[in-house]
Design a binder for this molecule. Structure first.
Ligand SMILES: [Zn+2]
Length: 298
């Protein structure tokens, strides 16, 4: 696809040149093309069609995973209608798999997404095209990417081992936004996938059919009362109080509990034992971890 586009570009310029290499730039929509005669040119790739939606201006906050904390749910209509896709190519299943933990109540707390098993390092795809609104380590979510879409819908991708996109960056449908992992409050590698509108989660299976990897509907028609306005998972501060993770302006700290090991912490926080040791005084891979000790993990 890219090569076809490239050759069309060169043909349009009427220049008989042969490209020998392309280089990435800090803007992923601009490539540098090197030609066989040692000249080069910049090439501007087409951006996704929804990049200029007004939804990217309303409550656009990149420092908080929830950009709508002060939004009054009562101001929404009784039924929310959102166009999702024009055709099937506008949707990509974020990770093929079965939902082993569903949206709903779990151990007395709201589980605000669908959990899909994966292997650490598996690619995780953006469900729709959109714009990255939030990336970062966030309490129970671990490494989290939040993508806003042109219709105002937001999708969340949690527990990632690696984040591969940056805030304010446009993403295509099916673009790899990160690699699967087990960071945050997670008992094993999986994707925690959420769908939210105005900051309120609703069951992703309302729209996503994980069994046949398709979208259930072209247009979402959602009664307002299907939005969870009290989700506890939605607040990074409440989730950190129930785990031993403490986030400060100076990194993320973990309070040692029974059974913690440095290698388990490294896996949980998507880092390495040597990196954790380098962040802490008097800590080596062989140090006996005292219960209650605060260890800086990121
Ligand atoms: Zn989950």
């Amino acid at each position: 696809m890219f090569l076809l586009f490239l050759s069309a570009e060169i043909f349009a310029q009427g220049v008989a040149k042969v490209s020998v290499d392309t280089l990435s730039t800090s803007d992923k929509y601009v490539k540098i093309v090197i030609f066989s005669d040692r000249t080069w040119d910049s090439l501007v790739l087409p951006k996704p069609k929804h990049v200029n939606s007004e939804m990217y201006d309303i409550d656009w906050i990149t420092t908080d995973h929830n950009a709508h904390r002060n939004f009054d749910i009562a101001t929404l209509p009784d039924t929310i209608v959102l166009p999702l896709i024009e055709d099937s190519t506008d949707f990509c299943i974020p990770r093929v798999g079965f939902v082993y933990s569903k949206y709903g109540w779990r151990h007395g707390r709201a589980h605000t997404g669908s959990d899909i098993p994966l292997n650490i390092g598996d690619p995780v795809y953006s469900a729709f095209e959109g714009k990255v609104r939030y990336t970062g380590y966030c309490g129970g979510y671990g490494n989290l990417v939040v993508v806003r879409h042109a219709n105002g819908l937001e999708t969340y991708y949690g527990h990632l081992s690696k984040i591969l996109v940056r805030e304010n960056e446009p993403v295509d449908v099916g673009e790899v936004i990160g690699l699967g992992g087990s960071t945050g409050r997670s008992t094993g590698p999986h994707l925690h996938f959420e769908t939210r509108y105005k900051g309120f989660p609703f069951d992703p299976e309302t729209i996503v059919n994980w069994k046949d990897t398709t979208l259930r509907c072209d247009t979402l028609v959602l009664p307002r009362n299907k939005l969870n306005s009290t989700a506890r998972y939605s607040s990074s501060s409440s989730s950190s109080s129930s785990t031993s993770t403490v986030e400060t302006g100076e990194g993320t700290w973990h309070i040692i509990r029974q059974g913690d090991t440095l290698s388990a912490l490294a896996r949980k926080y998507g880092t390495s034992v040597s990196r954790i040791c380098s962040l802490n005084n008097n800590l080596t891979p062989n140090t006996v971890l005292q219960l209650g000790r605060k260890v800086r993990v990121r």
